[in-house]
Design a protein around this ligand. Sequence first.
Ligand code: ADP
Length: 230
Amino acid sequence: MTKKERPDNRKLDEIRPMKMKAGVIKRADGSAQVEFGLTKVVAAVYGPRQIHPRHQEDATKSVLRCRYNMLPFSVSDRKRQGYDRRSTELAKVITEALEPALFLEEFPKTAIDVDMEIVQADAGTRAAAINAASLAIADAGIPMRDLVTSVAAGRANKELLLDMTKEEEDAEDAVDVPMAMMPRTGKITLLQMDGIVTPQDTEKIICLAEVGCKKIYEAQKKALLEKYGS
Ligand code: ADP
């Protein structure tokens, strides 16, 4: 599992070099910057605050509103500015990945807004965005059951791999399985799959992602400790 080499010389079960920092945007209630190799994302959180437009108000709980956006210069060919079908889908799955960690019913009639900007993309942006959003929510002091931790695992060039780069994701046999979980309980809050793979390999890929999530969890906790002390 650990011997074969990858384009960036990582082991098969090795995550790219991670950087995490909480509290990077002074204007937001909470924020974080997260990097996995070349993939870089900034998340900012506002709320719980009064919801606009008012018709979105829910008398029983806070509404979590996530926005995912790729900046034009984040990819090799300059991307057209603004939201598209992909960013709408990712905002939805990220919202569903984060919701189980929050006590939304404690803040009725409000909104919690989470903005995620992909500054640089080299695959794994939804996972990086979830990790950053989760840190930013904690940084905003919003109560959580646990941090949500995310990574993608999969297959490229006949090998099962953790945290693939775009180069690896472009392999002919590529399978991409982004996953998010709350490590304390092991509850999985996001599981997607792109590609065709056997049930046996699916299990192995999920195990790889689970081990990865636990390592990322430690990095997230360290980033919070760096800001808030022990
Ligand atoms: P994720 O970033 O979560 O892995 P995808 O599998 O949809 O999500 O995308 C994989 C990678 O493909 C992205 O991280 C990015 O590097 C690249 N990519 C996605 N959308 C575009 C785009 N519109 N233009 C260029 N590259 C893109």
